[in-house]
Ligand binder design. Structure first.
Ligand SMILES: Nc1nc2c(c(=O)[nH]1)N[C@H]1C(S)=C(S)[C@@H](COP(=O)(O)O)O[C@H]1N2
Ligand SMILES: [Mo]
Length: 507
């Protein structure tokens, strides 16, 4: 296992110093696809920002354990050195190709780093492993070694090996810690992205107007608090000058664009709300931003889409894929965005360029896009291969953001507020019940920033008497459909059901 740590130390050094993907990262995507449907996204969303460090740690630990098993095998082999060589060949010619990364992940450097790691593993084994002597000496306890000289020698040797093994273990943990600091980053602010209206909920304020506006989150989520979801342990770190976008497939004029080409095109600045399909009822994987980009449809028209085309397939620098129908992709609302809040796209939101739609869940909004292929058939995207819905049209949803669940409010007036979202259908009505759904009152809708962003809503509530209340909310979309009441899990088409909060009105 110390040998396994030596292996881990080498691959992590390459990750920390040269940003080279480690073995666990290279197999991670395929591992994810082998997991049952919602398992990976469940882990990501439920474990929150602990999920990735945990996954990374477990994969590294597995490597160490496999190292231990290899050690058992080597201890029985006549020529132990062949095992690390075989391991290297297996990594390059079997494991990586099976994981879809290709022979040695198509990189001489990765081949060399893994060779070095396997060599370090073999060397550690050689130095640290000593076969138990076929001695007739009874099992030597530490208490006995004081008076038996050969035993004393062996104990000192053992201690040295133990120390060397521990040092390798500590180095591996230290480097893993270092690398984990660069794991695909959570929003800088906090785990919550529908910002709660204050640390302890809304303080009962004598100024009714102020407290009412405090009941809703900011219409535009500050970009450092915009929710982040990606499949990656380490997100791509792209250089806008080296980045290129290929537009090809069944088009008359395939082309390669540089970042400058896209920034020079007519730009659109528009609010867009993104919600992850894994968002639970009342969850916070939803945010609203002001994005700047250029229309995807214009680029496609310039490329000359042929008549047989039906879909547009996106490929990203992290290997992520997703698709839109040609009708969706050529809609003027679909942007290739390169700014958020008038600043270059943050790295974790897809720098330098991402796709932004209006009707579909986040997974149809690929980040770090590198290729746009026009095709005559669809190809299931990364999450679709996991069983998530192909259409991924957002479900009508609404959330009470104030008061907090289980809050105690003072008697008198209490502001109730929140968000509602229905993609490009828009929200036309929000109703609130304070009696667990028996009666409903219309909430006031704040003017939304655009036809397909979230809508903020609020209501002044004057409870008649102290006690327990269940506040429930439901929205109606632009087609006149009330959001489905039935509670469902996010998998596979997005969660449905009414959000509710328990509130106690103090005497
Ligand atoms: N290249 C790439 N694009 C991606 C993803 C990804 O893992 N890789 N995740 C998708 C998912 S599931 C969501 S919900 C949104 C989240 O976008 P955000 O992190 O900017 O909020 O990005 C989408 N685009
Ligand atoms: Mo998502």
């Amino acid at each position: 296992m110390a040998g396994g740590c030596a292996f881990v130390v080498i691959i992590l050094l390459a990750r920390v110093l040269f940003s080279l993907p480690t073995l666990p990262e290279l197999v991670q995507d395929r591992l994810v696809l082998l997991l049952p449907g919602p398992a990976f996204s469940f882990a990501l969303d439920r474990l929150r920002y602990l999920g990735k460090p945990l996954l990374f740690g477990v994969l590294l630990l597995l490597l160490t354990l496999v190292g231990g098993l290899g050690g058992v095998a080597m201890s029985r082999m006549r020529r132990a050195a062949t095992l690390p060589v075989l391991a290297w060949i297996a990594i390059g010619l079997a494991i990586l190709p099976l994981a879809g990364a290709g022979v040695f992940a198509g990189s001489v450097i990765i081949a060399l780093v893994n060779l070095l790691a396997c060599a370090a593993y073999g060397l550690a084994f050689r130095v640290l492993y000593a076969p138990s002597p076929p001695s007739s000496t009874p099992a030597v306890g530490v208490t006995h070694v004081e008076d038996v000289d050969p035993g004393n020698h062996a104990a000192r040797y053992d201690r040295r090996r133990l120390l060397a093994g521990a040092a390798l273990g500590i180095a591996a943990i230290g480097l893993a810690w270092r690398a984990a600091g660069r794991l695909s980053a959570p929003p800088a602010g906090a785990a919550s992205t529908v910002p709660s209206t204050g640390p302890g909920g809304t303080p009962a304020s004598p100024l009714a107007v102020d407290s009412l506006s405090a009941a809703v989150p900011p219409a535009v989520t500050p970009s450092e608090r915009f929710y982040v979801v990606s499949k990656n342990l380490f997100d791509p770190d792209l250089d806008a000058d080296k980045w290129g976008l290929r537009i090809d497939g069944i088009v008359d004029r395939p082309r390669s664009l540089r970042f400058g080409d896209i920034a020079a095109l007519p730009s659109v600045r528009a609010p867009r709300t993104l919600e992850c399909i894994s968002n639970e009822v009342g969850g916070d994987l939803i945010s609203n931003g002001l994005w700047t980009g250029t229309r995807l449809g214009d680029l496609l028209r310039e490329a000359g889409v042929r008549a047989a085309a039906t879909h547009v397939l996106f490929t990203c620098a992290d290997g992520f894929t997703s698709s839109l129908t040609l009708t969706q992709a050529t809609d003027p609302s679909i942007l290739l965005a390169y700014q958020l809040d008038d600043a270059p796209l943050p790295k974790n939101h897809g720098f330098p360029v991402r796709v932004l739609g209006t009707a579909t869940y986040g997974m149809k909004n690929p980040k770090w896009v590198t290729r746009i292929e026009v095709a005559s058939a669809n190809r299931p995207g990364f999450w679709q291969q996991q069983g998530w819905d192909e259409q991924a049209i957002v479900q009508t949803m609404s959330v009470v953001t104030a008061p907090d669940n289980n809050a105690t409010v003072s008697p008198g007036t209490t502001p109730i507020g929140g968000i509602a979202f229905a993609g490009d259908r828009g929200v036309t009505r929000v109703e609130v019940s304070t009696d667990a759904g028996s009666t409903w009152t219309d909430a006031e809708l704040l003017p939304s920033l655009g036809p397909s962003t979230w809508t903020l809503w609020r209501l002044q509530w004057r409870p008649e008497k102290p006690g327990s209340y269940l506040i429930v909310v439901r929205a109606t979309d632009g087609t006149g459909a009330v959001q489905p009441a039935r509670r469902t899990t996010p998998f596979p088409v997005g969660a449905t059901g009414y959000h509710q909060v328990h509130v106690r009105v103090a005497a």
